[in-house]
Design a protein around this ligand. Sequence first.
Ligand SMILES: O=C(O)CCC(=O)C(=O)O
Ligand SMILES: [Fe+2]
Length: 175
Amino acid sequence: MSHSCREISQEYCKRARDVASELLKGISMSLGLEENYIDKAMEVEFGSQLLVVNFYPPCPQPELAIGMPPHSDHGLLTLLIQNQLGGLQVLHNGKWVPINPLPNSILLNTGDHMEILTNGKYKSVVHRAMVNNKANRISIATSHGPPLDKVVSPSQELVDTDFHPIAYHGITYRE
Ligand SMILES: O=C(O)CCC(=O)C(=O)O
Ligand SMILES: [Fe+2]
C-alpha cells in the first residue's frame, strides 16, 4: 500500500470510529440508557475495527450471479459507503428491498453483537450485494465492535423475567 493510501485509510478509519461512537451514544439513549453505556459496556475504545473494500466488476449476466451472498455483519455497527450504482439489498419482512444509495451518504447496518447486547431490540440486518452489467461497483465498509475476546450477552438493563426474558447466549467476536 502506498504511503498516501495508508494515510488516507488511517484517517478514514479514525473518522469512521468517531461517527460510530456518536451513533452508539444515540442508540444507548434510545434504549433509555446512559449515553456512554454501549461504549463502556463493549469497551469500544479498545475494540476491533475492520475495513473491508469490496470491488464488483461488471457481470455480463447479473441475474445469474450474486456479488455477496446474504449475511449479517459481526460487530455492533457497520458504516458503508459506495459509488452510485446500487446493488445492496436488505431483507425486510421476507422480501429483498433494493437500497438506492443517496449521494455522499453513509449507510448504517446494525450487527450481530448489537442484536445480542440489546436483547433483540436492534436486530442485525441481513443484506446481500447484487452485481450489474454496466460498471465497476465499489463499496467500503468499516465495522465497529468490542475487543475480540469480549463476551457479549444481553445487557442486564434490557432484560426482565416478565416481558423481556433473556433471548441470547453470550458470544465473543472471535466466535
Ligand atoms: O457491497 C455492499 O453493498 C455490501 C458489502 C457488505 O455487506 C460487507 O462488506 O459486509
Ligand atoms: Fe455486510
